[in-house]
Design a protein around this ligand. Sequence first.
Ligand code: ZN
Length: 331
Amino acid sequence: MKRFLTALAIAAFSCSGARAGVDCAAPVDIAAPLGEVKPLERVTDYRLKMLESCTRDASKTSALAIRAMVVDGEELLLMVDPESLQTRLERAACWTCREAGPEAKDTRYLKAVEAFAASKGKKLPKNANYLENAGLTHGGDKGAFVTGDLCPSRKPLDRAFLQKLETQKHAPVSLSVTGAWVRHHHEDFTWLRREKAEGRLNILWVNHSFTHPFRPSLPYGENFLLTPGLDPEDEIADVERLLIANGETPSVFFRYPGLISDTAWASRLREAHLIPLGADSWLALTGKAPSPGGVILVHPNGNEPAGLALFDRLNQLGALPKPFRPLMEAP
Ligand SMILES: [Zn+2]
């Protein structure tokens, strides 16, 4: 209840317009020195389910706010450009917001949220109580989208794979991150942040759930995010909070662990205004190159070297569709 009331207070505050003494021209810069991983508790009063249409007092530029929060005592908003899908953090005090009207549904962003939430993915037997590979798997018919999952792992990050990507100038890579991976890989997380900050790796952060449960012995319908007893809101919100606490910005994409979901999870993503991200080619499983415009899935977390080796082989043979494109172009 307390959390709800605070969220209401933030909502009211975010509608109050610019406050004296706030420098609205300066971009939000959350102090997050490389080398130290800040806890997600730095980000408080996190409001997950909101959609507000906001204008900036001076410039009248508009955007959609999908999250509100407090970081180091300052109220912030996570905003989305409804056409480019680019996310950014903004100071709540610099914006005037109201609940988004029906016109927001006509934007490229919310059309994508709706379309991919409704996706059923792979065809399964009639009695299956889960969905597999629901969500975005293709974007047009050119190039490919490289995505790498950072599921919990005891092994180190495969930096060599990412360094090879770096040789292709500005090659974008989407990394689906879990809280459980960050917790045990502070140095690797810092390395990724440094590669990004210094312009070598063009990383888009995708939410891959906080705990990413997986028990090989369990059927899909009781496994991954369908594991009984999970708190779905924490699974979504805590990865976003962890990224923000460390000076990074979450994107509007969410990848289901194991690509396994159900209709309840589709509704949850829709309510959180996130786009589920599937895969056209999970290289280690399919063993073949994606079709043009396809989403490629590999695991740079050390758990699936076969997929990375196949990526390299196909890449050297010129068998991967080029160019590698930013994921935000796909929906
Ligand atoms: Zn995973």
